[in-house]
Design a protein around this ligand. Structure first.
Ligand SMILES: Nc1ncnc2c1ncn2[C@@H]1O[C@H](COP(=O)(O)OP(=O)(O)OP(=O)(O)O)[C@@H](O)[C@H]1O
Ligand SMILES: Nc1nc2c(c(=O)[nH]1)N=C(CO)CN2
Length: 183
């Protein structure tokens, strides 16, 4: 039996990326839809960065960002909601690592470890991706509860040696959900 909800809210971190169409509009729309779910609250957002494509190089530059959520959804149910929002916003899956209107990855969730094809947690490729680590570093606090994740990010950023191919695009894409348009 799959558990869809928990009585206590957990912290989760997600990565967002877009490199087709109105990239900033797609990121905003995804955040707005997540926040509209009654069991999800978007609590903090990173800056938005423009990044060189990694993996599959012959594609447009991405906008990437990260967000912190509080949710009473179980991890599988949160991922299902994220995949559903990707489809609603026009994501088509064809080329692996290829272009997409919006990509939502579940990076880390409080006290949760999974290792199935449908869900691996923490995300198995996050430590090798500056386009994930740099924005994630904006939203993970420097307090004791998050210290494991903070140390993980610091060590991973040292290993991959930096921020090459990553430029600040904008600092305020999210205003808490009140006035966001999906233009
Ligand atoms: N932590 C996770 N976050 C998002 N998807 C995951 C995760 N773990 C496993 N998956 C599975 O990965 C599948 C493919 O995801 P997706 O198409 O976004 O991959 P990708 O963005 O091309 O590559 P990558 O997974 O390296 O970012 C999803 O259908 C999902 O079930
Ligand atoms: N810069 C950048 N490159 C990528 C990205 C992404 O979000 N940003 N996503 C990919 C598939 O997960 C593959 N390559």
């Amino acid at each position: 039996m799959t558990i869809h909800s928990t009585s206590e809210a957990s912290e989760a971190y997600i990565a967002l990326g877009a490199n087709l169409g109105d990239r900033e509009g797609s990121l905003k729309a995804a955040l707005k839809r997540l926040n509209q779910h009654e069991q999800i609250e978007v609590t903090r957002c990173s800056h938005v960065y423009e990044t060189e494509p990694v993996g599959y190089l012959d594609q447009p530059q991405f906008l990437n960002m990260a967000a912190a959520l509080r949710t009473t959804l179980a991890p599988e149910a949160l991922l299902q909601e994220m995949l559903s929002i990707e489809s609603q916003l026009g994501r088509v899956r064809d080329v692996r690592y290829g272009p997409r209107t919006v990509d939502l990855d579940l990076l880390w969730m409080e006290n949760q470890h999974f290792d199935t094809p449908e869900l691996t947690l923490p995300h198995p490729r996050m430590q090798e991706r500056a386009f994930v680590l740099v924005p994630l570093s904006d939203v993970v606090p420097h307090n004791e509860e998050s210290s494991g994740l903070r140390q993980f990010i610091t060590a991973a950023l040292q290993d991959i040696d930096g921020r090459e191919g990553i430029r600040l695009w904008t600092t305020n894409v999210w205003d808490g959900g009140s006035e966001l348009s999906e233009s």
